[in-house]
Design a protein around this ligand. Sequence first.
Ligand SMILES: C/C(=C\CNc1ncnc2c1ncn2[C@@H]1O[C@H](COP(=O)(O)O)[C@@H](O)[C@H]1O)CO
Length: 253
Amino acid sequence: MTEPTQSKRFVQGAVVRGSTQHPGTTTDQRLLESRGPTDWVHTDPWRVLRIQAEFVDGFGTLAELGPATAVFGSARTKADHPFYAAAEQIAARLAQAGQAVITGGGPGIMEAANKGAAEAGGVSVGLGIELPFETGLNPYVNLGINFRYFFARKTMFVKYSQGFVVLPGGFGTLDELFEALTLVQTRKVTSFPVVLFGTAYWSGLLGWLRETALEQGTISGPDLEMFVVTDDVDEAVAAVVASPGPVAAERPE
Ligand SMILES: C/C(=C\CNc1ncnc2c1ncn2[C@@H]1O[C@H](COP(=O)(O)O)[C@@H](O)[C@H]1O)CO
């Protein structure tokens, strides 16, 4: 009987190959030398890995953030608008209360909130999003992550904040607001305060929710109690600072 010789073995990561199974090159050689078709970078399996990478970067960066509140509002609000000043003040108060402030990292209300947080010495988070036109993170972000995918970015807002303060805004703001309300309504999260800042701006929407949505039974009475509506900076801050965060509703495993 012939003794197998150790020297003829080839170790390939976790795999051990005998001489007849030798691949001829090492894995590193093939990685470094390969040049071939590149269309696979535009396929869904590759996108899945990129999506995973966004979650890895987001979770890895924000896991130790501590208490935080997300502030939303129009990307178009100018620096001389009263809502810009209000967002700046809300964020400054949140920072003074030991909270990080999370925004979409863009201009308008996002910039105001990042400015308020950063200038008050707080953590000023910007979760940027790739858009067809380049806007980039505003200069007041001191902890920023850029996302390709809206849904990965939206997970970060909810996962790492203990409440939302929503200032007047358009479709983007409404999307963020209604996502939070849907998560609370469906009990995906509990203890998640949503503050609508700017009573006059929100009154039309709230009236429609009461007089049309509630009337026609598409929402219920308690759904209308999910948010605090205010023009008062202190009230807005107090509503979120007291919250323990997006506690997942209990369910049997
Ligand atoms: C349209 C303009 C800039 C776009 N830049 C944005 N950067 C980051 N996040 C954005 C941007 N635009 C929208 N968002 C997100 O939606 C919310 C604001 O949307 P709205 O439609 O303006 O209300 C905001 O909270 C972001 O998360 C201006 O030149």
